[in-house]
Write a new protein. Structure first.
Length: 328
């Protein structure tokens, strides 16, 4: 093998070497992108199944199993048609992604539209006091960080997001988070997120703690709607920016998803400052609460001592003795 490569390189010109390297690189890149696209999807399971069928064909041919070889040979003859029929949605989605990568303008418009849908849904749910967590993937894959979840795989829209979080006895998907994948589709609903262990304001419950927790372990972005206060918060990088208006939320999301590092850094700094202030206020409130409890304990102890003194025999005799008549 080494001698063959040496002879090829010895007889080849510089142009031939460059063409060979480009050829190998293109094949490697295509295979890599295909595997990256189908990773974690149903298509990956189908590819594994077809790989096993190919291995079975070569094994049958090796051991001269005529009938099995004939069946698998006829199956492989229609392999291309089967691929197109089975993977038609994935092929269409892959071609769309390829066109978006070649022409980033289309991707920018799609991201902008998706963010508008999320912002509109958050605004509607805040007005209706509907609690929600909307998690959006960026670079990191979130499948290894979330539990449970019901697969939705639907087009992102404001109406669908609001419908998923409407609290109802018949809606089993409202309890949990909604996950939006890199293709800007609603991938999962009723997702259980990891909880954050950092100290937060007492007003923040499990919903906010879960949103902060997923952003601590990944680069995801989480939009949280408070059911009690009707306010919108944005979590990213383990920080939380609370009580955001519609325009503020949209600007922050645009800065995070369009790769504007300066704006994202500024927003992150503001969020960290807000988180520090919130922790300081929480510590102050806790200190005041401890002081108030101590004051109540001292007051209760003083009252108990006073009652003890009033209940002594001498005090009771003094209270029971009749008043002396004045001297005439």
């Amino acid at each position: 093998m080494r001698q063959m490569f040496d002879s090829l390189l010895r007889d080849a010109s510089a142009r031939d070497v460059l063409v060979l390297c480009a050829d190998i690189f293109l094949v490697y890149y295509v295979i890599y992108r295909v595997l990256l696209t189908i990773k974690g999807t149903r298509a990956m399971q189908m590819v594994i199944g077809m790989f096993l069928i190919g291995a079975a064909f070569f094994a049958a041919d090796r051991f001269e199993m005529t009938t099995v070889s004939w069946l698998l040979d006829n199956f492989i003859n229609y392999f291309i048609i089967i691929i197109i029929v089975v993977f038609q949605q994935d092929i269409r989605r892959g071609l769309v992604r390829l066109g978006q990568n070649v022409f980033p303008f289309g991707r920018s418009r799609e991201v902008s539209h998706a963010l508008d849908e999320v912002v509109d849904a958050a605004e509607q749910m805040a007005k209706a006091r509907i609690g929600a967590i909307i998690v959006m993937e960026r670079d990191a894959d979130l499948t290894g960080f979330v539990d449970h979840g019901q697969e939705v795989d639907a087009k992102l829209s404001t109406e669908l997001l609001v419908a998923l979080f409407v609290p109802s006895r018949d809606n089993k998907l409202h309890d949990g988070a909604v996950l939006i994948d890199k293709q800007l589709r609603i991938q999962l609903a009723a997702v259980v997120l990891p909880l954050s262990h950092q100290p937060l304001v007492k007003e923040f419950g499990t919903r906010h703690r879960a949103a902060v927790g997923i952003t601590e372990e990944t680069d995801a972005v989480a939009v949280v709607v408070s059911e009690e206060r009707g306010e919108i918060s944005l979590c990213f990088g383990g920080n939380i920016a609370r009580d955001l208006e519609r325009d503020e939320l949209r600007r922050a999301l645009m800065g995070l998803f369009y790769g504007e590092k300066e704006r994202a850094s500024r927003i992150a700094a503001e969020a960290r400052a807000a988180a520090d202030i919130a922790r300081a206020v929480a510590a102050m409130a806790e200190g005041m609460e401890r002081a108030e409890r101590a004051a109540r304990a001292v007051t209760a102890e003083s009252s108990g001592r006073a009652r003890t003194v009033a209940e002594t025999p001498t005090a009771r005799n003094r209270a029971a003795a009749p008043a002396e008549e004045p001297a005439r």
